[in-house]
Design a protein around this ligand. Structure first.
Ligand code: PDD
Length: 276
């Protein structure tokens, strides 16, 4: 497959990355994961805005404008002949001998690739099993940085405990999942953690809230507790690769009657209608 690295297109085998890259040494970088449907980036504007916000948040100057990046990613998709899948892009602070201080004379390093990926239709139909895991991340979860160790550990713990994914909580407050946001339906109302520094502001989250509002479903962006999660009529995740994913089991207990609920199903339908 063809990658885009440092402004040029390369076959994967020919790419050379320095062991001094700060992404490698410190996780000192930011990234985005886009969905590609019908050969096009889904909601590109929201993703590029978030990438710019993440880079500014950790003080990496953006090496390209959003328009330039969009144009290069289109070319990446074209060269890989991708119809349905994902595009990953990361920007690190650059390459320099290991020192915590920002390097003075090094430029950011940009890398992007794409992958084929089908929509997870069977899982979207059946739903997944989640386990609750302590959210041990830092206080800028709104930046999409390469530092994903707590997310990796949470996902692994979930699978080790017989689940599919982790629902994270800080104390009693439910935040999000290892690589997606989480929403509950309680007394017919859709509730999800506010878009502050404690969660990633998901593109799929934003789209889903917009669709819910348009469908007349009452929406509350507020914190909710583990007790509210366990008592919810419906629970689902939202994310770039999983779209609107029902959660039917939490810590071995059924959510509602153990089947994806009607609000979840409605939002899945409305989401599908945005794919064009
Ligand atoms: N993850 N929360 C976290 C911690 C995430 O990593 C993601 C996305 C989301 C959902 O955001 P969006 O709807 O914009 O995909 C929420 C990507 C897919 C990843 O890391 O692979």
């Amino acid at each position: 497959s063809i990658y885009w690295v440092q402004g040029e297109f390369w076959p994967k085998e020919e790419i050379r990355v320095s062991p001094d890259d700060r992404g490698y040494l410190f996780g000192d970088g930011v990234y985005e994961m886009f969905r590609v449907y019908g050969g096009k980036l889904y909601e590109p504007k929201l993703h590029f805005e978030r990438l710019e916000r993440s880079a500014a948040g950790i003080r990496i100057p953006m090496p390209y404008s959003a328009d330039e990046l969009h144009e290069r990613l289109r070319e990446l998709i074209r060269r890989n002949n991708l119809q349905e899948g994902t595009v990953y892009i990361q920007i690190t602070r650059g390459t320099a001998p290991r020192n915590h201080l920002f390097p003075k004379d090094s430029a950011p390093v940009t890398m992007a690739y794409c992958n084929e990926l089908k929509r997870p239709l069977a899982q979207m139909e059946a739903g997944i099993r989640a386990v609750t895991v302590n959210d041990i991340r830092w206080l800028h979860c709104d930046y999409k940085t390469l530092n994903l160790l707590p997310n990796v550990l949470a996902k692994q713990e979930a699978v080790d405990r017989g689940g599919d994914d982790a629902i994270l909580h800080r104390g009693e407050v439910v935040t999000e999942c290892s690589a997606s946001n989480v929403m509950i339906v309680s007394q017919g109302r859709l509730i999800t953690h506010p878009a502050n520094h404690l969660i990633l502001h998901g593109v799929t989250r934003a789209v889903t809230l917009r669709l819910a509002a348009a469908a007349g479903i009452p929406v509350e962006e507020r914190t909710f507790t583990l007790d509210e999660l366990r008592a919810a009529e419906e629970v689902f995740q939202t994310g770039t690769t999983i779209e609107v994913m029902p959660v039917v089991m939490i810590d071995g207990q059924r959510v509602g009657d153990g089947q994806p609920g009607p609000v979840t199903r409605r939002l899945q339908k409305h989401f599908e209608a945005t794919l064009g």
